[in-house]
Design a binder for this molecule. Structure first.
Ligand code: SAJ
Length: 443
């Protein structure tokens, strides 16, 4: 008989996972508390922009292997993939995890496997999560299995990575880990490593913290570069020729639902032992203010009054539509607080005009409207589509021709040739007029 899986949370991780299971022999019930998402999935539509996902969701629904609804259904396996945002005081908000676990209780049967995929502070799976499930009267380890299997996929490449990445599975018991391994073996081609639940929880947090701390280092290097008059992008490129060095890329800050949040889950459980992690967070959170200061300083220096800045990119990174924790929100806030006019263009993001997140921001414009009367284009996100825009398309609509690139992702020469003053974050070799700085040090 076909095995049944019930996936709670049909977001960036839950929906692709549900589709993968549906494509590999499971009959899947997808559950979401948002009726709009349930409706969209049942119509075969994916609410998130992710290569290949819409097609996979559509075929799973059409062939009756995936159905979405508002409440769980009996199953052999339950997977919880709900958000764990940051609450006040930078502590994990586990309310969605608690609600999902509670909603499962009436459906739990002997022999079931329950997997928590959401990223959580160490101790959650074997603590709070297990305790809620045991309200069923069944005992974890004896009657049913509980495991933590954190997702590790990169937004923008989710389906590929779901299949090919290694997975770490932390069982509350050994048997739970083995049962979860069997489930994921249905579609995972990477290696599956078994551990205890607490280790799997911290492994996930360490991965993202590693990246966050390294981005902070790159951001600090970028500031040093500006102080001593060099181009950080060139310097990083050269340093990374060393076989054991991999310096990350500086930028306008760190966003998304992972890097900006997960380090706090480690700080939460060991506040006295996490000095470096906390400093890295502070450095990355400080980037949007630095970007705004650079832009406004540049325009003031050039005598521009009442500046108007066209912010390009609201998504937290290139080629995705995800705006969660994007540094762009803070960049916009700092610009507006300093009295600048701001317009906003992001061809990848489709937020309705009434989205509460847009309140207090200028709202999204089309390309031409974003630059009309603007003094400066500020590239916050490295979307590929920005690289296709030529200066001749936008220059004539602008009041002044400044471009500040926080990602070093634009063809600067072309823009300079078109009369733009191009400034790259972390590049002090270029004066505002594009000439190499006299003090650039020779060897
Ligand atoms: N960023 C930089 N410089 C860099 C790298 C990233 O400024 O050198 C910025 C990005 O622009 C973005 C943020 O950091 O704002 C995060 O982007 P990302 O591409 O590093 O990561 P995410 O958040 O999209 O996905 C990460 C991944 N984790 C790791 O690579 C260790 C992914 O594998 C995880 O599954 C995901 O977090 C998650 O869900 O935890």
């Amino acid at each position: 008989m076909m095995k049944k899986a019930c996936v709670l949370g049909l977001g960036y991780i839950g929906l692709p996972t549900a589709c993968m299971l549906a494509a590999h022999g499971y009959r899947v019930t997808g559950v979401d508390v948002d009726p709009g998402i349930v409706d969209a999935v049942n119509k075969g539509m994916a609410g998130v922009l992710e290569p290949g996902l819409s097609e996979l969701a559509a075929s799973s629904v059409r062939e009756g292997r995936l159905v979405a609804q508002g409440a769980p259904a009996p199953a052999d396996v339950f997977i919880v993939a709900v958000p764990t945002p940051l609450a006040a005081g930078k502590k994990a908000d586990l309310s969605y995890v608690k609600a999902a676990a509670s909603s499962l209780v009436p459906y739990l049967r002997k022999g079931n496997l329950v997997i928590l995929e959401s990223t959580v502070p160490p101790g959650t799976t074997d603590g709070l999560f297990r305790a809620i499930l045991e309200e069923s009267g069944l005992s974890a380890g004896r009657d049913f299995f509980v495991a933590h299997c954190p997702e590790r996929v990169l937004p923008g490449n989710i389906l590929h990575e779901l299949r090919h990445n290694d997975r770490v599975i932390g069982g509350v018991t050994r048997q739970a880990a083995s049962a979860a391994k069997e489930l994921y073996s249905a579609f995972v081609e990477g290696e599956i490593h078994l551990a205890d639940a607490r280790t799997a929880e911290i492994v996930k947090l360490m991965e993202n913290t590693y990246r966050d701390v390294n981005v902070a280092l790159a951001n600090e290097f970028a500031r040093v570069a500006e102080e001593i008059g060099i181009n950080i992008w060139e310097a990083i490129d050269l340093a990374n020729r060393h076989p054991r060095v991999n310096i990350h890329r500086p930028g306008p800050g760190v966003g998304g639902h992972c890097l900006a949040i997960d380090p706090w889950f480690i700080i939460e459980v060991a506040p006295e032992a996490t000095e470096l992690i906390a400093t890295a967070r502070r450095i990355n959170d400080g980037r949007p203010a630095i970007v705004a200061k650079h832009v406004l300083g540049e325009l003031r220096h050039a005598g521009v009054r009442r500046p108007k800045v066209a912010v390009w990119g609201l998504a937290y990174k290139g080629n995705v539509d995800d705006v969660r924790e994007s540094p762009a929100w803070e960049v916009i806030r700092h610009l507006q607080e300093a009295g600048a006019g701001v317009s906003l263009y992001d061809p990848y993001v489709h937020l309705s005009a009434v989205d509460p997140r847009l309140r207090g921001t200028p709202g999204l414009s089309g390309l031409r409207n974003s630059v009309r009367g603007a003094d400066c284009i500020l590239v916050v996100t490295d979307h590929d589509r920005f690289k296709e825009i030529g200066p001749e398309q936008v220059g004539p609509l602008m009041r002044h021709r400044f471009l500040v690139d926080t990602r070093n992702c634009i063809d600067h020469e072309t823009w300079r040739e078109a009369g733009f003053v191009v400034k790259i974050l972390g590049d002090a070799q270029r004066m505002p007029d594009g000439r190499p700085q006299a003090s650039a040090r020779a060897l």
